[in-house]
Design a protein around this ligand. Sequence first.
Ligand SMILES: Cc1cc2nc3c(=O)[nH]c(=O)nc-3n(C[C@H](O)[C@H](O)[C@H](O)COP(=O)(O)OP(=O)(O)OC[C@H]3O[C@@H](n4cnc5c(N)ncnc54)[C@H](O)[C@@H]3O)c2cc1C
Length: 476
Amino acid sequence: MWKQSSAASNREVTAEGAHRMTAIAIIGAGFSGTLLALHLLRRTPASVRVVLIERHNRFAQGPAYATGNPSHLLNVPAGRMSAFHDRPSDFLEWLARQPDAASDVGPASFVPRRQFGVYIRQLLHEELKRPGAADRLELVRGDVAAVEAEPHGPLSLCIGAERRIAADLAVLAIGNFPPEPPVIADPAFFDTPFYQPDPWAGDTLNSLDPDAPVLLIGTGLTMVDTVISLEDAGHRGPIHALSRRGLTPRCHAAGAIAPRRPGAAIPDRLTDSLRMLRAEARRAQREGSSWQAVLDELRPFGRDLWQALPPQDRSRFLRHLRPWWDVHRHRLAPAVSQRIEAARARGQLMIHAGRIESITAGSERATLVYRPRGADERRTLDIARVVNCAGPACDFDRIPHPLVRRLLKDGFVRPDPHRLGLDVTPSGALKDRSGAISRQLFAVGPVTRGAFWEMTAVPDIRRQCELLAAQLAMLA
Ligand SMILES: Cc1cc2nc3c(=O)[nH]c(=O)nc-3n(C[C@H](O)[C@H](O)[C@H](O)COP(=O)(O)OP(=O)(O)OC[C@H]3O[C@@H](n4cnc5c(N)ncnc54)[C@H](O)[C@@H]3O)c2cc1C
């Protein structure tokens, strides 16, 4: 029995007088959860134990880096993919140490995503080999279904019906969720074998006739991945990709780009920021640099910019500018961009802008009816497979993930006002149903997008992990 056991009470004393360890549980061992665990081990005293819980066999990967396809390249140059903010060349050095290291890999190279997964996994393995690590870091394979809390007591994380893990602090690092299905006239279609809801699942393209027409819902990065996978699998049939605006991700500028400083302070109103961004992009191009460099230069200020915007400007941004921002900000490796352009040029990949009205299953094919953007007419396409590539779902009221449903039902969390993730404070503490700030439950990674907006790519998440680890170290 604990004498006193609130999370804030450090290294509590049992009735017998022995000091017990503070336990910090991390739910989800993708990039965010794994990196947070590494930072916590470095920043907390030996009396703090870290429990890293993952529902899949694969620790330290998540769907982004679990891809086995070597053509799925990172969309951030290797020189910016270090797991550590203060050791920017760590990933590059790791790449150079690999037995099959390519001699031409440099900071501007775009390497396969799976290599990044191996790098993160190896960081975790090295950590486990450090003296004393086995006592402090526990890897648990399990699907956390609920979190229970006693007033002033430790949290209890429920894994199945049998297992409970006690933790003083817990961090949700549950990452990205498969896209939401589009709104169509008869949703019964989603239960047919024509439909693949999860673009990251291993079986998305299984038993597909190589000459059959395919529909990809969405025209962003996930669509690009799927086109590359189709090509690599020898697909010859037409590939239709459809989104409201038909915008596709732009390409990184070739070669390393010298960073530029925006000439003026960043304004805190949306229209002024946009005007400044456009002016800077024009100036950069005039001076022989690129608009890409301007966006990259803005990156470290993204969080401040977002937090400074009034709520109505954030809503306007999401309503009108988000698709444009996404395709300019999250860009393609040049080699990937060339393959996409080639597929379009030979007529195999067709990008459509429009709104889906219905998809119905027939005996051999499904039929898509959509309304092209700005037109009154309807068009139809016969399709053998529909893959939802619409990008990760982020409205937590609609995400069917059991833990999310349970946390919402129990009132431990609430969606953020912009429906980008969960409501968190700038330091990552979750807010409950009433808006009260938790002292025990935190979140890291894409689920915190509402507070930070840019919390998707590695350079943003690694910084967040460092800051959250420092904060939890003060509470532990
Ligand atoms: C396809 C794709 C490609 C990307 N490419 C790049 C890139 O090239 N460069 C870049 O910088 N960024 C990229 N990103 C973005 C970024 O790196 C990822 O969003 C990041 O990996 C997120 O990591 P995460 O750990 O928060 O989430 P995830 O990787 O989604 O991991 C979450 C983990 O939590 C586990 N989990 C969930 N619920 C539970 C539960 N109840 N119990 C136990 N475990 C649970 C899941 O199984 C999963 O392993 C990409 C993202 C995607 C989706």
